[in-house]
Design a binder for this molecule. Structure first.
Ligand code: E4P
Length: 221
């Protein structure tokens, strides 16, 4: 399973990339809006350069023609751009068209197996089930991820399941166990994955022991 960052913050992408674990990045209009004053195009290009992998950039048009036009535009910014479209009737039609032109598409805001099936049917490169938002309303978000993985495998769809709306490190473990192809997470969750108090204590002890070691005295000439 590849690990993506769910952010529009260039600095977070830089830090994730420096760790060597970053497979790609997902953004959305809300994450972009958090980066006050940032230029959409510039930010996406900068993130693509750092991530060196797929970077989802979402369109804001609601009609098929508008989505296709915006999709072509964002896809022209960088080879790593993946056009992010909502799973709506217009979004499905736009996905079919953009995929026909060889443009990668991430179909987002997936909350049911049927939505995922439709996205795969129009050739989506990725489909993003929002598991945290389902958990928030008392549903089992991870069950949707697992079902999508199974359906795509049984039906031999090439569409990849991109587990999104991840809230904590346990979500990442569970997504890996059920076979998600990708998990996209906030920077905070990525840092929680790497941190463990016993690692800190162990490292401190190793270094203290190293400092206290007995060193051989230099022989007299
Ligand atoms: C995925 O591509 C979305 O950007 C994201 O995971 C949404 O997560 P949220 O529910 O934390 O906003």
């Amino acid at each position: 399973m590849k690990l993506f960052l769910d952010t529009a913050n260039v600095d977070e992408v830089r830090q994730g990339a420096a760790m060597g674990v970053l497979g790609g990045v997902t953004t959305n209009p809300s994450l972009m809006a958090k980066e006050r004053g940032a230029d959409f195009r510039q930010t996406v290009i900068e993130i693509c350069e750092l991530a060196k992998g797929p970077v989802s950039a979402e369109v804001t048009a609601l009609d098929t023609a508008g989505m296709v036009a915006q999709g072509r535009e964002v896809a022209s910014w960088h080879e790593h751009v993946v056009v992010k479209l909502p799973i709506t009737p217009a979004g499905l039609a736009a996905c079919r068209e953009l995929r026909g032109e060889g443009i990668a598409v991430n179909m987002t805001l997936c909350f049911s197996v049927n939505q995922g099936l439709l996205a795969a049917t129009v050739g989506a490169t990725y489909v993003s089930p929002f598991l945290g938002r389902l958990d928030d309303i008392g549903h089992d978000g991870m069950a949707l991820v697992a079902e999508l993985v199974e359906v795509f495998r049984v039906q031999r769809f090439e569409t990849q399941v991109l587990a999104a709306s991840i809230r904590h490190p346990l979500h990442v473990v569970q997504a890996a166990k059920v076979g998600a192809h990708i998990a996209t997470m906030p920077f905070k969750v990525l840092m929680q994955m790497v941190q463990h108090p016993l690692t800190d204590v162990g490292l401190e002890r190793f270094l203290a022991d190293w400092e206290r070691r007995e060193v051989p005295k230099p022989a007299l000439a």
